[in-house]
Design a protein. Structure first.
Length: 208
C-alpha cells in the first residue's frame, strides 16, 4: 500500500485503539476448515490489532502476522501477552516481497484488507499469496461489496475509490466483481464465495 496509507492506518489505530475485538462470525467455520486441511502455519495478513491473530493462536495454530502499522502491531503484541500467547510479526507493506519462503504457509487469512489499494497493488499481494501458500493450502479473503465506508468518495480508477471522510479517509478501496475474483484468484480452486451479515464477500479457496 502507498506511504500515505501507512500514515492513515497508524492514525486510525492510535486514535481508536483496539476497535475490532470480536472475531468474525465465520471464524469457527474457518478454523474447522483449517483442521480439515491439516493447517499448522497460518498468516494473518493485515492483522490489525490482533483479533484473529489471538483467535488462531488460542486454537493452537502457529500464527504469523503481517501489518504495515506499528500501532496495530504494538496493540496485537500487548493483547497476546495478556493471553499468554505468541505469534511471529512482520511490519511491512503487504505489496512488498514477503520475507517467507515459497510454499511456506498452510493457510492465509485476510479479513477486509487486500481491497485497500489500486488494482496493480492488489495483484502484487495476490502474487505473494500464491507464492507463499503451499499447494493444497487454504486461502480465505474478504472484501466489502458495498461502497458505504464514507459519504463522499473520489474515484481513482475503475471500481477503486478513496473515501473523503470517515475513519478510513484517504485509504483506497477496490470493489471486486465476481468475475474479477475468479480472474485474480485463478491459481485457486473455489470451495465457496459467501456473504457475511455486513455485506462483505468471503472467498474460500484451495491452492492448486
Amino acid at each position: 500500500m502507498l506511504h500515505e496509507d501507512k500514515k492513515a492506518w497508524d492514525k486510525v489505530f492510535k486514535e481508536q485503539g483496539r476497535f475490532f475485538e470480536e472475531p468474525h462470525e465465520f471464524m469457527p467455520e474457518i478454523v474447522k476448515l483449517f483442521s480439515q486441511y491439516k493447517v499448522n502455519k497460518v498468516l494473518d495478513l493485515g492483522c490489525g490489532t490482533g483479533r484473529h491473530t489471538v483467535y488462531l493462536a488460542k486454537h493452537g495454530l502457529h500464527v504469523f502476522a503481517l501489518d504495515n502499522s506499528e500501532e496495530a502491531i504494538k496493540e496485537s503484541k500487548n493483547w497476546l501477552a495478556k493471553e499468554s500467547l505468541k505469534a511471529d510479526f512482520i511490519k511491512q507493506e503487504m505489496t512488498e516481497h514477503w520475507p517467507y519462503a515459497d510454499n511456506f504457509f498452510d493457510a492465509i487469512l485476510s479479513v477486509n484488507v487486500i481491497h485497500h489499494g489500486r488494482i496493480s497493488e492488489i495483484q502484487k499481494v495476490i502474487a505473494e499469496i500464491e507464492r507463499t501458500l503451499r499447494p493444497g493450502g487454504v486461502v480465505v479473503v474478504s472484501m466489502p461489496k458495498k461502497r458505504n465506508q464514507a459519504e463522499r468518495f473520489e474515484k481513482v480508477e475503475k471500481r477503486t475509490f478513496v473515501p473523503l471522510d470517515g475513519c478510513e479517509k484517504g485509504l483506497p478501496h477496490h470493489y471486486f466483481t465476481k468475475l474479477e475474483l475468479h480472474a485474480f484468484f485463478s491459481a485457486f480452486k473455489y470451495r465457496s464465495i459467501k456473504m457475511d451479515n455486513t455485506d462483505h464477500c468471503f472467498l474460500f479457496g484451495i491452492r492448486k
